[in-house]
Design a protein around this ligand. Structure first.
Ligand SMILES: Cc1ncc(COP(=O)(O)O)c(C=O)c1O
Length: 445
């Protein structure tokens, strides 16, 4: 960074500004966490210069000695963290992991059953907007009246459509996922169960959410949402790792290796894999367990506080890191709520909610997450403050249309000041680690 300030001050300035912004805003984006400075450093290391397709010991390029050792380390740490028997650390994201897994288990036109996007599912679970909705015959299940997964209807759908793959996992679902029940339902039709734990991987690793690793055939996750890792994906398998794939012969672990390389990816990202190895080790430490405890504890506290302030909390509460609220009761759309909060220094994203009548870029809901609040060491007392700040902004915003709003500038200034005060008392680890001291700018070359 010292050198960058000399060679490219414009870019260095933008990166510094990002650190300042992250440190002084209250980030409640449920799909985000803060990577430890060691993870960021490893992700930017010279290992990135290695080009080596293939797997450790079987590369298609020379010069991969260190990379082989790093990838083996990442695989072993991933297996240890999740109690898995197989891990593939090469996927560049969870989307690419899901696409690889599905391509290995299904032929075009086979039936895929996943949670509906409007009910909290992910694009790669069969949405028409994704290749998964176009290449496969995608059918979706939804929620019951209480907002929880409708397992009875899911059973009917499995009996009716006999899917090749059933996906358990969500992008916007605040309750526990009963993976064992999913497996029993998948077994009715002999379907493979894919558990996508992108959002809850940290809670699973810390034992705060039941693990699907030995229950599902395959488990996938992003490494940055709740694991404090780099951008990237991960494929895991537990007891089923030797179960035959659709050809009746090839074990799942071998299918998954091929599914990633050569079937869907080229060169892996060595420094990202090293950063994953670092993050998996950090997630196995007691401090991470404490963060995971705080994540759940804070989400519950936030939901209770917001409910007491008159907000409608979907499902009436939460079991994980996420709180979903319907903002239409306050006369707002999701995007208006998101923008008004951002103006005040609070980041939370719009979200479709069951039965939503507004378009995907507008929505009726807001999704809050407590990963970063917990990483900042905030507790129930700070959740009261956060809920009050959220409420002050949402109640003080007047929608002029689905996308435009008015808010008193004095209110914005007041909330921004309170947000900064709160953040200054709970700084992020990146602040001191990443900012280049002014005294050093002008020294380096
Ligand atoms: C459940 C779920 N699966 C997969 C993904 C995709 O993850 P990535 O951003 O790593 O591609 C997301 C991201 O939003 C998600 O919520």
């Amino acid at each position: 960074m010292v050198s960058l300030h000399h060679t490219d001050p414009e870019l260095a300035g933008l990166l510094d500004a990002e650190v300042t912004q992250q440190n002084s805003t209250l980030a409640m984006v449920a799909s985000a966490s803060i990577a430890d400075p060691s993870v960021l450093a490893v992700g930017g290391s010279a290992l990135s210069n290695v080009t080596a397709e293939g797997y450790p010991g079987a590369r298609y390029h020379p010069g991969a000695q260190q990379f082989d050792a790093v990838e083996n380390l990442a695989v072993e740490r991933a297996k240890h963290l999740f109690g898995a028997r197989y891990a593939n650390v090469q996927p560049h994201s969870c989307s690419s992991a899901n696409l690889a897994v599905l391509a290995a288990l299904m032929r075009p036109g086979d039936t895929l059953l996943g949670l509906d996007l409007d009910a909290g599912g992910h694009l790669t679970h069969g949405s028409p907007a994704s290749v998964t909705g176009r290449h496969y015959h995608a059918v979706s299940y939804g929620l019951d009246e209480s907002g929880r997964i409708d397992y009875a209807r899911l059973t009917d759908l499995v009996l009716e459509h006999r899917p090749r793959v059933l996906i358990a996992g969500a992008s916007a679902y605040p309750r526990l996922i009963d993976f064992a029940r999913f497996r029993a339902i998948a077994d009715i039709a002999g379907a493979y169960l894919l558990a996508d734990i992108s959002h809850i991987a940290g809670l699973v690793a810390a034992g705060r959410h039941p693990s699907p690793v030995d229950v599902a055939h395959i488990t996938t996750t992003s490494t940055y949402k709740q694991l404090g890792g780099p951008r990237g994906g991960l494929i895991l398998s537990g007891r089923e790792y030797k179960t035959p794939g659709p050809d009746g012969r090839t074990p799942l672990h071998r299918l998954m290796q091929r599914a990633v390389f050569p079937q869907s990816q080229g060169t892996p990202s060595p420094a990202s894999i090293a950063a994953k190895a670092r993050a998996f080790a950090a997630a196995a430490e007691p401090a991470f367990q404490e963060t995971a405890r705080l994540i759940v504890h804070n989400a519950r506290a936030l939901a209770q506080e917001l409910s007491a302030l008159g907000h409608r909390i979907l499902t009436g509460g939460t079991d994980n890191h996420m709180v979903l609220i319907d903002v239409t009761d306050f006369g707002l759309s999701g995007v208006v709520a998101e923008r008004a909060l951002e103006e005040c220094g609070i980041l939370a994203n719009r979200n479709r909610i069951p039965g939503d009548t507004k378009p995907p870029l507008v929505t009726s809901g807001l999704r809050l997450g407590t990963n970063i609040l917990a990483q900042r060491g905030m507790d129930a007392a700070q959740m009261r403050v956060c809920a009050q700040l959220l409420h002050t902004v949402l109640a003080g915003t007047t929608a002029q249309s689905d996308t435009e709003y008015r808010i008193d500038p004095a209110l914005v200034a007041q909330v921004r000041a309170e947000v900064q005060w709160l953040c200054s008392r709970h700084p992020l680890p990146i602040d001191t680690a990443h900012r280049v001291p002014v005294s050093l700018i002008g020294v380096g070359t």
